[in-house]
Design a protein around this ligand. Structure first.
Ligand SMILES: Cc1ncc(COP(=O)(O)O)c(C=O)c1O
Length: 404
């Protein structure tokens, strides 16, 4: 059954992109530039290499699945600072678990949540469009995937008021992402409180992917732990009942290759994730946990990285402000441009301008009305050095201004 599901999964966005654009270079003779992939291109801060060298003696040891007390304390302190939580609210030993980047944990939470409902008709609710792992995880966990359209009129967040009680009653899990990939939208505190209120009322898991939380434009995005703190305790006197948040050093510290992140939240769910990971996975290696402990304790490098992304958004705004499909994203490092027909725009940008972008439709799926909310859009990752990015954006502007 799992094999049939897995072999039936052929909709990975970048596989579709290769099929659309073809395996060879663009037809024009111009230098190809890739704005499709959201991989940070700047180097991690030097403290990473220094910490890895200092802890090189630990490469031979298995890391405990719960990580080290130093790592968990640094994370609890960071969460407390970043989200203005009461000191002591985050229990470093029960509410935090290290993970090897958020992707694997975002995947594993579906298995834990779907099994936890004990229902055969469990539903996993995902923003539409969204990061491909959410849908794949729910599907492979045997749940029904329910896409929730994220449209401009709803601030590019799913409309919580449209969720029917019958659906919420069989929901195992609701994924949210803020700042969101692909739209760069930010959920406000009230929205997060409403989402957690529903999770508690209908007893499902709210999984909030906050891996872009540190990349923001004008103001730090609120977090779901903050929403929980203002709602008060839930089931079992747990301040974070029904909630798990996902954080990563991939973007905050430009260190995707470290594979280092953490999850935090509901003690019972964290314990179940820990049990699953004891069989299936691992904490990051000890030298990486040591480097990560230092990164979570340092704000200066994160501020520098944030500033560099803000400068890239400035470049994008300078190039594209006249294009009516442009808006300045409040968070993250993607541009989500309404080009009328995203697939057609991506094809033309590649063929004529040698710029690789991702059609928004590949991150979404058709709703019951047959409309894929990503259809009109292309996603551009603003991750390259400014010297690469500026000419690439000029080429994008040149083509889009002609209309696709
Ligand atoms: C929305 C979102 N969540 C999670 C991830 C996974 O990141 P990592 O596993 O490096 O933390 C990504 C990566 O691009 C992402 O865009």
């Amino acid at each position: 059954m799992l094999n049939a599901r897995l072999s039936g999964m052929t909709d990975y966005p970048f596989t579709r992109l290769t099929a659309l654009l073809g395996p060879v270079g663009p037809r024009s003779g111009r230098q190809p530039l890739n704005l499709a992939v959201g991989e940070p291109q700047s180097s991690p801060p030097p403290m990473v290499a220094e910490a890895l060298a200092r802890h090189a003696g630990d490469w031979g040891r298995y890391p405990p699945v719960a990580g080290t007390p130093e790592f968990r304390s640094a994370v609890a302190a960071w969460l407390t600072r970043r989200y203005g939580l009461h000191p002591g609210l985050v229990d470093p030993d029960k509410a935090i678990l290290p993970v090897q980047g958020t992707r694997e944990a975002l995947f594993q939470i579906a298995m834990v949540a779907a099994e936890d409902t004990g229902r055969d008709d469990a539903a996993v609710l995902i923003p539409n469009p969204s990061y491909a792992t959410y849908g794949a995880a729910g599907f492979l966990a045997g749940a029904e995937i329910v896409p929730l359209a994220s449209r401009r009129e709803g601030g590019f967040m799913p409309d919580l008021d449209r969720l029917k009680p019958e659906l919420l009653a069989r929901a195992a899990l609701l994924y949210l992402c803020t700042p969101s990939n692909p739209e760069g939208a930010v959920a406000d505190l009230d929205y997060l409180k409403r989402a957690l209120g529903l999770a508690r009322r209908y007893d499902f898991v709210l999984a909030v992917d906050e891996c872009y939380a540190e990349i923001w434009d004008k103001a730090p995005p609120p977090g779901a732990l903050e929403a929980a703190a203002s709602l008060g305790v839930g089931e079992g006197d747990d301040p974070f009942a029904n909630l798990v948040v996902f954080h990563s050093l991939s973007k905050r510290s430009s260190a995707a290759g470290l594979r280092s992140g953490f999850i935090a939240g509901d003690r019972r769910i964290i314990a179940l994730m820990q049990r699953l990971r004891t069989y299936a996975s691992s904490a990051p290696p000890l030298p990486i946990l040591a480097a990560s402990t230092e990164l979570w304790s340092d704000e200066a490098h994160a501020a520098e990285i944030r500033d560099s992304y803000r400068a890239k958004v400035d470049l994008a705004e300078a190039a594209l402000a006249d294009f009516e499909g442009f808006y300045r994203p409040p968070g993250g490092f993607f541009l989500w441009l309404d080009a009328g027909d995203g697939e057609r725009a991506a094809k033309r940008l590649w063929d004529e301008s040698a710029i690789r972008t991702l059609p928004g439709a590949y991150l979404g799926r058709a709703e019951v009305d047959g409309v894929n909310p990503g259809h009109n859009f292309i996603r551009l990752a603003l991750v390259h050095d400014d010297s690469v990015l500026a000419p690439a954006l000029a080429r994008v502007a040149e083509l889009l201004s002609k209309g696709v």
